[in-house]
Design a protein around this ligand. Sequence first.
Ligand code: GLA
Length: 409
Amino acid sequence: MSARRLLAALLALLACAASPAFAQKFDLAATPPMGWNSWNKFACNVNEQLIRETADALVSSGLRDAGYRYVNIDDCWQGERDAQGFIRADAQRFPSGMKALADYVHAQGLLFGLYSDAGWKTCGGRPGSRGHEFQDAQTYASWGVDYLKYDWCETGGLKAEGAYQTMAAALRQAGHPILFSLCEWGGSQPWTWAAPVGHSWRTTGDIFGCFDCVQNNGDWKAFGVLQILDMQDGLRKYAGPGHWNDPDMLEVGNGLTANQDRAHFSIWAMLAAPLIAGNDIRNMPAAVHAVLGNRAVIAIDQDAAGIQGLRHAAKDGVEYWFKPLAGGDWAFMALNRNASARHVSFDWAAAAVRDELSGRDADFARTRYAWRDLWQDRATGDTTRPLEADVPGQDVLLLRLTPRTGPAP
Ligand code: GLA
């Protein structure tokens, strides 16, 4: 090939790489996003005072330093569009405007998130972004928004992949790094197409504050913790650093029992799910703080390997889960789905735990692992003897296993 032809080919390649169709998403969410969102507790009842107080409480409670960085306003912050089509905040609820609120949140060492919708209207009936994607992305960037949750109401006739690609391209062009959280509820199987488009995608319809139930709302259903867990079957291979399955925001502190709160949080950690708290951080009982603030459990979720956990076995309503961790550790969860306590026996040496996805296996017959109980915060044993434990109803035993050098005795 002549030098001139080579140059032309190179230029064509460069032009291609720069065109929107090839736009790369921002390099964010190496571990699952963590933060808080207004919806699960406050629904449409949001205002700037709530957001400021929540930011303050994230700092004073230590949750910011435990990893909860994003402060996200869900639906209903929007007012009308102005004459040029620019979206404005609801002036009654946010009289100081979104830029001032984002500045306040940033000054607390936190990040700021907003919500919009791919359709003509949001689920709460506010203006959606359809037809205004590039304008909205520019507005968010000018306010200093760091996270966008993008919903799927009022989208009749739209195709999810294209609609989300449009907003991804708009965010990219606006130039401010914004984590893009897809909220399409799983209908178009976003796990099959969304990894290049966004940083997380909802896998299901909405969660609500119940451990084991379904709420029928007429034309849509909301799901309990266990129902959502069961809908994650088969999805683990799609998740990894920068692109996460999102089984919805946390209901910890929203009316579940202490056992259920623990189980819910542990399940989300084993799933490498985004940990977006959904309770009132300003008025948080100590027991709720102990769940959300458990750094050893958070470390399971935030593990650098970014491998979603796998269900190894299930018997009599008890499930045994493993999650390979960076550096050779494993997390282990025995989840008791039953309402009453169960005795759990697990013979490590007899269990061949092989993860085809990551190629990791835990060879308990050859390697001794010491374990730590992450809820009791105690080092309680190792894998040379079978595990024997009582797990209360709708609760978990959550362990971190660390290999010890030398052969098993
Ligand atoms: C949908 C989403 C929820 C919430 C509401 C807001 O139902 O799935 O998470 O954002 O809309 O109206």
